[in-house]
Design a protein. Sequence first.
Length: 882
Amino acid sequence: MKVAKAGASYAFSELGENIRVGYRTLHNQSNFDIPVNVDGGLFRDQSPGSGNRSTWYSRLLSASGSGNTPSARALNEAGQYFSTTTASGPWGPEAPENQLSCRQNFAILTSDGYWNETPVTTTDGDDVAGLVITSPTGQTYQYTPQRPYSDGISNTLADVAMRYWKTDLRPDLDNDVPTTPGNPAFWQHMVTFGISLGLAGTLNPETDLPALTDGTKSWPDPHPTRNATRIDDMWHATVNGRGEFVVVTDPEAFAAGLTEALDSITERTNSGSNVAANSVALRDETRIFQASYVGGRWTGEVAAYPISAAGVAANPVWRATDPGNIPAFEARKAQVFTFGDNQGRNFFAHRNAGLGAIDGYNVAEYLLGNAAGEERNSGTLRNRTSVLGDIVHSSPAFVGDVDSGALFVGANDGMMHAFDSETGKELFAYVPGGISNERLRLLTDPAYSHQYYVDGPIAVSSQTQTPGVNYLIGTLGRGGKGLYALDVTNPKTFAAGNVLWDTAATNLTGWTTQNAQADLGMVLNRPLIARTNGRTGNQNSAMLPAMAIFGNGINSTSGRASLFIVDLKTGALVRNIRVGPAGDTNNGITSVRGWDEDGDGLIDYVFAADMKGNIWKFDLDYFDVDKWGVADGGTIQGQLKRASGGDPLIATGRPITGGMQVTFHPTTYETWLMFGTGKYLEESDINSTGQERWYGVIDNGTRITNIGTQLTQRNLVVSANIDGTPVRGFQPHAPLPADSRGWFVNLQTPPTGQTLPPSERMVAEPLMVGRVLVAASILPSADPCDAGGTGYLNAIDAFTGTSVQRPFFDVNNDGSFDDDVIGYGDGSVPVGSVNLGIAMPTSPTVVENLLVAGGSLGTTGAVGINNPLVKGRISWREILGD
């Protein structure tokens, strides 16, 4: 009992406040059921020493043990408790009709002995098929007896666990419980965890499950005698209940085992990252790369999935966390780098002294992967199940110019990681100079609360843009106000000398002028890499090298919106161009796009969006960089531009946080900009009900001053379902009126007089496929049972804002597009929006005749498309250098 109390006290001290916790003894003495009527039952105190958390500890520490060990009865009573429908039960305090259907239920059974009570009689254990259970989306499941669950033995602890796993405990509620790879149950059920104090069974939980699954071993009968087979039965119960089992011998091991169980309860796989592909063609070696993270544990993953005409494979060919892919910490000492003293440095050599030790455990070694100081190894540092930290908003960047291909992505372990794209092996890592030692030390804290570190986008130059070399520029994103640049031409031999620059430097040319320090915020959008018309002197002098062009981002000190133009190789600030009036604050430029008007390989103009919904045009069509400036209201003729300030090309009044596309019309050669509005950056954005739009506008050198009269409204006109896939259609194809400056489509908003569901919005980069404009839209959910939200991949005629002329999506995956239409009026329209069932989709990518996207729950989806570029490119041109 003392071991359990000590271990539980420690393990639960690290549990977050968003969990509801109760407590029961095996003998129902001093029970403390979830106090749903006090602060919603949450595991927290309302004031120091007073509240649910303190009460739980008081009950735990005052509990006493006695005689026998009625484990099966206690587990059965836990299952009955989770079946309670009253407002005072575990689903309360709401009335039954208002209770949250997605609540997950966990029982952690802890015992220091073999169960020894009269067995609980079960008529629906692991040898009996379950009922067919159906989800709101039509998904069905029925448990059928099979190994390693079924054992041919009745009235066991494992049977009790199976009863409450396979049974819908609340048939009156929707079956929308979150699933995991190890637990497919979407109905209300109980997951069973087990911790045995000091006693091991006859089977080895570490090695014997495969043999129990294939039948070469069997579960022993726990009934004849009170012996170690009853510990096997406890393990069997956790297998049936899709939980975990651990045998411990002391308070420290108990705490570690219980902490692992609690981590499993709180973890969920998610992704806010775009997918990447290593080819636009379907070949045997074509791969889709996806990054994800597990909330609660705050670990990350990068995986490479094969892709074929049938879609993205379910199983990856490698994961970054596969054994051996992240080298041992001693080896990583030579291949992790940082920035210091205005140059690249070896991380361990440069940061070790500053990071120091905590309770005698070296912090730098911990960050590199040394687990000796973790609590599970009797240390005091935070436990990790993986060295790779969570990857939330940084998207994998694939570079094929380098030997065998490499993949680059930022993680919230403080590092940007480089992986071999063929094997997943880490090649090197970089800790940006903007990540301080103080913040890195937070990662060791057992009470760590999630933070962002290297969370921003990455861009890598091609060897056309930077002849013979590949330069990478990355941002900290939500992790801070910083950027860094690396020479990644040879990632397998990367060294400190390949660190080009970091905004943590004190000697970067130009950064103490032009308001650079005050204007630089958190850069959340991908920098543009491009060559410009700029020269080192007069028009006959040498061309300037490739530039990194990016918006100043959000949360800057000045609050202004400005465009940064930086020498990609040296980091020297060439220009910082502010826009808007002097008093315009709480703003920031987000996405940027370049435009090469004359086709000479040099960008002439840059279009940029800001947080207030403006689109700005910058004139870079001069060899003298001092003449670069804001095109006032989009006007270039007659030198009507300004060094700063000016008016935007268009003011939408809604934030633009995703990307843009810039292209020209294939017959009129007009310059077109396509973008969507909306924001999903902070918690308050979830419930936004503002009207967001999808735009396509013509830049003819004059400002758009009245959206309602100068742009033509287009509409979503129909919703339907094709073979279980939700789809929508845009109005029938029609040309724009002759005097129109473009189009807009109102995205979905809540019904009149309601605030739910929140508004649809566009927060990812769009792309062009011929003359088809493709963009992801998301609908966050304010419903606690729909944390992943939902969304669509949308396809529209880029130059009319109406339906495409030929069906684009192959929704039913039959290889034909004849029936991928939706009835509308007296005819039909092509499918224009597809919900792939991956929650909120990120920016898609095209691989031959497939459109592939990642989703916010860490899954990928693909849909066939009618790709005109596979059959022969039509006349269109995308922006240069991105």
